[in-house]
Design a protein around this ligand. Sequence first.
Ligand SMILES: [Cu+2]
Length: 158
Amino acid sequence: MPRIKSLYYTVFLVLCLSIQVALADDLPIKITNVWISEAPPAVSPLAAYASLQNQSSYEMTLVAVSSPDFSNIEIHLSLVADGMARMEKQPAMTIPAEATIELSPGGYHLMLFNPGKQFVAGDKAMLVFTFADGSAVSIEASVMKRNTAHQHKHHHPE
Ligand SMILES: [Cu+2]
């Protein structure tokens, strides 16, 4: 009996491993350069950036980003209207077929609310990206310094 139990256990482990690999392989979006901008303790939310490359022949829509390290995460777009730079919350972000969208300072970015701790350069946080087709992928983000601090004021010159 112990032999059968350990066989079941081995099969279970192999299944778990193959499911994880399948998820990473099946996702037609490659998410790279995921980083969170280090900010002084008083500054919240934090801003995060990434590169999303859609390798499929159909559009993919990012509908949610979540993390155990933050209460909630919003997709924002920085824009300039009437000479003023501001940010607008986006309900989703669509990546056209075979296109890459860079989340970067001054454009699309993620706002990470209520960090569970003080994040400093070198720290890591897990971000889960969920798409309209139900697929999801978790990616490790690195906290990094940047030259010009992202103050997240709604009226500031970029
Ligand atoms: Cu923002």
